[in-house]
Ligand binder design. Sequence first.
Ligand code: DP6
Length: 326
Amino acid sequence: MTIWKATACAHPNIAFIKYWGNTDDQLRLPVSGSISMNLDGLLTRTTVEFRDDQASDTALLGGKQLDAGAALDRITRHLDYARQLAGTTMRASVNSDSNFPTGAGIASSASAFAALSLAAAAALKLQLSEPQLSAYARLGSGSASRSVPGGFVEWYPAQTHEASFAETFAPVDYWELTDIVAIVSKAHKSTGSTEGHSIAATSPLQSARVATAPERLARCKQAILNRDFETFADVVELDSNVMHSVMMTGNPSLFYWQSTTLALMEAVRDLRRQGIAVCYTIDAGPNIHCICAPGAASKVAEYVAQFPGVLEFKQAGAGRAAYLEQ
Ligand code: DP6
């Protein structure tokens, strides 16, 4: 019996400049570039085992066997790409665990597909460069391209599979930002990102978002490189607001905020006016990412912990690249 096996770990990431909408939904080529930071406290660990005695792929996620259906098909399609490169038809068992709630706006698909891509490529002994691995991860989930490289990362919106990958532009220890993720719901969101991306173009605001995204991206990148929190906070909140405006005004309209989400957004702006260096950003879910400048995290964590409606919080600094477990 032949068994090819590898285990990989990857962090999710939080986008400071968001990905919302594709020019090609199949290849997940984004309409605009995005910027993110990997989150070190949060981790997905995935083992992939290709075996020649198995009839179909199986997946154990968080200890639960995935039934046949769309989620398993997505994994199989993703593994097919690696199988094709390796010239094998061996089926695989996937075993994956995350130490944070999945499907609720903490980009769980990012760490999941980054870890799956790295483990599958290593198990099949594919020699992929980091950009090639990032582009492969992108096929599974767009934001997963950004969980492959470490630290502060930019994902390029190119017209071809090979050119749309993410790359580090500042190393993990460049700026000691902390993400305090305020969890207000652990429920699985009703409309996932994949469907959301295909709806984006129906909003009359999407063309304006896309037209102005490069300027925000350049401003955000420069603010990170300058460690300029004031500029960073302005552009990060703006970009999140612009994306949510698109979500709310599409057809069907997507509304991810809950009352606690909005209350905490206002509170974060108040804290900033009081001199605490923190800003918010929100993905496709109700949870609030409070991004803190160096020195602000403990005060913000204390504040978030007692905020009405917050169930719990997670804390993470900048995280390293996806890696193989030896
Ligand atoms: C709102 O990468 O989860 O978090 O490619 O369909 O898996 P798929 O979408 P996904 O979209 C992430 C959207 C976002 C913004 C971001 O992370 O940039």
